[in-house]
Write a protein of this length. Structure first.
Length: 317
């Protein structure tokens, strides 16, 4: 398959829009579930995500609900969006070509904060309508999250050596005529011009020059980004610098993971005492979902309540 990967807010949705217009068959909905009503402002032209965003591997293929199997030979030219952890899980048979979209760490941190605020606002509104308590969802530090995923991406590409092309979000948005045609031709696009025309620079809301954010390892973060932005080769010496930096960051990463884990555990206990249908296992499980699934859980909860004639409640199928 043709895999589009990157962190959240790195331009992966834009790439799916580009490939769709360039003539590729794509997997994924523009606005899954209720996203059009909650976080459409984050991606006005659609997200194009599927359940396989978490990876194409034994737990997702065959589909655990339908039994449908994706054959790697029959889906070689199908484009799909898979986030970096999912790419690392995906079977090598499905990594025909990978396009990795990278965003500057300052832009990513500001953009993901904006998305989280949208999700929290939507969930708060849905909770109030249903007379339920609202709890902000504990999240990792966005800069550490950016590092973890991009470091994992480089490690996976270097280790498994599948065909991959890394490009910055900034280059595609600011100069699509220069940077898109070579990649689209490499992928085998039928209509390169239409793909280039699909870029929407007006949807960009964050620019690193306007963001004041610092980090003790920002020099390495910046160098990492500039290498990809300039199309330079990552030398063995620089790869070793990334490894050393990661070792230095491990204590901060582990501390932040503990903070989030403990906060979510406390939140789950508090929610179990206060939520309307706290004893239902799906309601409990929804507490550890990523923020963009929480409104979906509540809507499924209401839908199932209505189906049952208003007695009790159950979560998603």
């Amino acid at each position: 398959m043709i895999i589009i990967t990157g962190t959240k807010r790195s331009g992966t949705s834009m790439w799916m829009q580009i490939l769709k217009e360039a003539g590729f068959t794509i997997m994924g909905e523009a606005f899954p579930k209720n996203w059009k009503n909650t976080i459409q402002d984050a991606n006005p032209h659609g997200f194009y995500e599927s359940p396989l965003r978490s990876g194409i591997y034994y737990a997702t293929n065959p589909d655990p609900r339908t039994g449908q199997y994706l054959n790697p030979q029959q889906t070689r030219d199908v484009a799909i969006k898979v986030f970096i952890p999912g790419l690392c899980r995906s079977d090598l048979a499905f990594t025909k070509q990978v396009v990795g979209s990278v965003r500057h760490w300052r832009e990513y941190a500001s953009s993901i904060d904006r998305l989280h605020k949208m999700e929290d606002t939507a969930f708060h509104e849905q909770s109030e309508k249903r007379g339920m308590a609202f709890f902000p969802f504990p999240k990792l530090d966005p800069v550490l999250e950016w590092w973890l995923e991009n470091f994992a991406l480089i490690r996976d590409v270097v280790t498994r050596q599948y065909p991959a092309h890394l490009v910055t979000y900034q280059n595609v948005v600011e100069d699509p005529e220069q940077y898109l045609p070579p990649i689209l031709r490499w992928l085998g696009a039928e209509n390169v011009e239409a793909g280039v025309a699909a870029v929407s620079p007006e949807t960009r809301t964050q620019k690193r020059e306007q963001i004041e954010r610092s980090h003790p390892h920002e020099d390495v973060f910046d160098e990492f980004y500039e290498i990809i932005h300039n199309g330079d080769k990552m030398t063995n010496a620089f790869l070793e610098k990334l490894n050393v930096t990661h070792q230095k960051l491990i204590p901060a990463i582990e501390a932040d993971v503990r903070r989030v884990t403990e906060a979510r555990f406390k939140q789950a206990k508090k929610s179990a005492r206060r939520r309307r249908d706290a004893l239902h296992p799906d309601t409990m499980e929804s507490l550890i979902h990523t923020p963009d699934t929480r409104v979906r859980d509540l809507e499924a909860l209401d839908s199932n309540t209505e189906d049952a004639g208003g007695e009790g409640a159950s979560g998603e199928d």
